[in-house]
Ligand binder design. Structure first.
Ligand code: FES
Length: 175
């Protein structure tokens, strides 16, 4: 599996302009516009952000300011499953780098990338606030604690058999 290069998604100009027209051009409206674009494309393509800036009489930097401020927005294509491995200090000293390497090896991508079939996005984070349970890997809102390299295959297989993404805010933590 390879990773998706930016610019692969074709943006439908009339669809974006229709969408902009359905919202107030104020700040709250901009959030709603970006949310709809992300829902439609899975991320915020640069071409779409340029159209939004023109249609709402904003500078492109203002639109990027909002797009990059909220973690729920992504400027890169994301996969159906989101894998996030902690590389904070406590997890790092418990072998987290080897876990990230194994995730990268099994998915065929580097951290920060998405598989070409758009099944998985792999990211790393610095401390998830559960250091005593580290190393921690979170997949689609489900926490895996005290992860070792041997567990990586099972974690990815679990994700493959999970039909829908789970909202992180409503997901129970599994220790
Ligand atoms: S360092 Fe990983 S949870 Fe804190």
């Amino acid at each position: 599996m390879g990773h998706i290069k930016e610019g692969e998604v074709a943006v439908d100009e009339s669809e974006i302009l229709d969408l902009v027209g359905r919202h107030n051009p104020d700040c709250g409206g901009l959030m709603a516009i970006l949310e709809e674009i992300q829902a439609a494309y899975g991320y915020l393509p640069e071409a779409a952000l340029r159209l939004v800036a023109n249609a709402t009489n904003r500078s492109l930097v203002d639109v990027y300011g909002v797009a990059t401020f909220y973690r729920s927005f992504s400027l890169h294509p994301r996969g159906r499953h989101h894998v996030c491995a902690c590389l904070g200090t406590a997890c790092h000293v418990r072998n987290a780098p080897s876990i990230v390497e194994e995730l990268e090896r099994q998915l065929g991508i580097r951290a920060g990338e998405t598989t070409s079939d758009r099944e998985f996005t792999l990211e790393t984070v610095n401390c998830l606030g559960a250091c005593a349970l580290g190393p921690i890997v979170v997949v689609d809102g489900k926490y895996y604690s005290k992860v070792d390299v041997a567990a990586v295959k099972r974690i990815l297989d679990d994700a493959r058999t999970t039909p829908e993404q789970v909202d992180l805010s409503s997901a129970p933590a599994s220790a």
